[in-house]
Design a protein around this ligand. Structure first.
Ligand SMILES: *Cc1c(COP(=O)(O)O)cnc(C)c1O
Length: 380
């Protein structure tokens, strides 16, 4: 099997053809020439399928499941992908186990399922309750590392326990990307992700995807996409595919800088609770090192209070105050501003981009100094 970088630059490209581009441009088409029987046509109507999606889907399947056949289905957003799995695999009367500390959009969607007669059991990522909640469940939804708290759970162990009870397992692989973690190899039935974050990595497109090895389940997810129309634009699909070629260099570099940033933050007296799965002292590190291949670009930490955190974010010059993560430019935000996450007022989620580590660390230290001094002056 080839290495990750080699696979990333070639994934999903058609065989070389004289005088054709390596990555064909986006196919802008609402409909395709369609003679005769639609059932045998590869492309018919733009909500059913598009060759630009197909190329990206082949790439994503190759990255999430190298060496074993899998099918990917792309969506207009990560939430579109998440909804496709929840709404096709769960019925009235079923129970789903979801993280209590995961992405707030997923918790919100799970609450909607309750309106359709589904029982939702929220459990903390990595807690013993996660396995204990499996009895009688239909689906276990895992987010590891969790966003924004960066807790990790043992995916292989949970998938084995789930399989023994006939429970399906879906893993939100947004934070790790397929180069950081391969949930299907760890025993999950579905790897689901927002490609809006580190996968596409430039902060300019939204997309999501589902990958699974079972062709029938892939067909259910694809059928859902066709029914609800949560389809990716061809331009977005093409941009995302183009971004995959740099995925390995981006995630390697961003993880290395994130570790340096986490270490620098951990040395500061104003900063507590620094979390990053790659940090040797992190509570999740041993487990993360066993199941992850790269630790991602997110660092979370806590500042003394809300005002301190606001002053800090305001003083940063190289780190944008913005949500989302995984992009080439560093961002940070005070997560409690959204509500919905179980975090304190001074909790910061930072996404480390491609700036030089020394520059970022100097900017963070200067902003911490500034936030502390302004607080001292205000107190007089
Ligand atoms: C952002 C995010 C999503 C949702 O993705 P969108 O592309 O914004 O719809 C789902 N899960 C996690 C972990 C995320 O960070």
């Amino acid at each position: 099997m080839t290495g990750d970088g080699t696979r990333a630059v070639r994934a999903g490209l058609p065989p070389a053809k004289d005088y054709e581009p390596a990555l064909p441009g986006p196919a802008f088409a609402a409909h395709f020439h369609l003679p005769g029987d639609p059932a045998v046509a590869p492309y018919r109507y733009g909500r059913d399928g598009n060759p630009t999606w197909t190329a990206l889907e082949e790439a994503l399947a190759a990255l999430e499941s190298p060496g074993e056949a899998a099918e990917a289905v792309v969506f207009a957003s990560g939430m579109g992908a998440t909804a496709s799995v929840l709404f096709t695999q769960v019925r009235a009367g079923d129970t789903v186990v979801v993280p209590s500390d995961g992405y707030h959009g997923t918790s919100g969607l799970a609450r909607r399922l309750e309106g359709f007669g589904v029982t939702v059991r929220p459990v903390a990522t990595g807690s013993p309750e996660q396995a204990a909640a499996l009895d009688g469940a239909r689906l276990l939804w895992i987010e590891s590392p969790s966003n924004p708290g960066l807790d990790v759970c043992d995916i292989r162990d949970l998938a084995e326990r789930a399989r023994a009870r006939g429970v399906l397992v879906a893993v939100d692989n947004t934070l790790a990307t397929p180069l950081g973690q391969r949930p299907l190899e760890l025993g999950a039935d579905f790897s689901v992700a927002s490609g809006t974050k580190a996968l596409s990595g430039h902060g300019d497109v939204l997309l999501g995807y589902v990958v699974c090895r079972d062709a029938e389940r892939a067909e259910e997810v694809r059928g859902w996409r066709q029914s609800v129309g949560a389809i990716l634009g061809p331009m977005e699909a093409w941009l995302a595919h183009r971004s995959l070629a740099t995925l390995q260099v981006r995630v390697d570099r961003q993880a290395a800088t994130a570790l340096a940033v986490a270490e620098a933050l951990a040395r500061r007296p104003e900063v507590t609770g620094v979390r990053h799965p790659g940090l040797p002292g992190d509570p999740a590190h041993v487990l993360a090192a066993r199941q992850m291949r790269r630790f991602g670009c997110v660092v979370s930490f806590t500042l003394p209070d809300r005002d301190f955190a606001e002053r800090f974010l305001c003083a940063l010059r190289l780190v944008d105050d913005a949500t989302s993560f995984g992009g080439v430019r560093s961002t940070a935000e005070r997560r409690a501003r959204w509500g919905g996450d179980a975090v304190s007022e001074g909790f910061i989620r930072m996404s480390v981009g491609l700036e030089d580590a020394e520059d970022l660390i100097a900017d963070l230290e200067r902003a911490l100094d500034g936030a502390r001094e302004a607080g001292e002056n205000a107190r007089g």
